[in-house]
Design a protein around this ligand. Sequence first.
Ligand SMILES: C[S@@+](CC[C@H](N)C(=O)[O-])C[C@H]1O[C@@H](n2cnc3c(N)ncnc32)[C@H](O)[C@@H]1O
Length: 201
Amino acid sequence: MEKEQNPLSNDANWPLYFEKTRYGNPRENLVRVIDLFDKENFQGVCIDIGSGAGNDIGYLLEKGWKVIAFDPEEKSQRIIHERFSNHPKLQFTRANFKEIPWQTIDLVNCSFVLPFCEKDYFDSLMQNIVSNIRPGGRFSGNFFGLNHSWNHLSLVSKEKALSYFQYFDLEYINEIEEDKISALGDEVYFHNIDVVGRRKS
Ligand SMILES: C[S@@+](CC[C@H](N)C(=O)[O-])C[C@H]1O[C@@H](n2cnc3c(N)ncnc32)[C@H](O)[C@@H]1O
């Protein structure tokens, strides 16, 4: 029997995913990048793509950042509204990757979202991300590697992932491969590449 597709690729399962993750911690890579900005005593504006249940948004707001957040899901919008009820430093818009109105920014955060970009738009999305980060600004996010079991998503080699950052100093790269249980309880071979980078001045 053919193995069932990853439920996360089915839009109908995002609401369940958001319920399961809404009381979770911010992603480690986000904490890492904010630590780097803290060392520079800097708080600015972050574009958070694919915000989900908003755990990263909560951390950014706590740390004094302004957040411009995007997610296409109505349930994400509802949870983020419940959690942060019109916080003055949060602007949330329902938008998919192609609909993001880009602007020059201090930080782009992409936690577990890039693999869900359509394969034929992936390069354009990455170009939009890296070209809109100001000199001295940063990227934090992750890619799924070629061995990840959800191979219908946009998977990239480490070399390909890093090739987008030719104008960046890479401050953290971590590639990991391991068996894992997903948030929705599926067995998954997890191949992940975390990246934090600072755009050269
Ligand atoms: C695995 S979740 C990650 C959520 C959150 N960033 C986190 O770290 O928990 C992936 C997110 O990507 C969003 N997403 C899926 N397809 C998308 C698309 N085409 N454009 C933008 N976001 C999308 C989903 O709604 C979901 O919130």
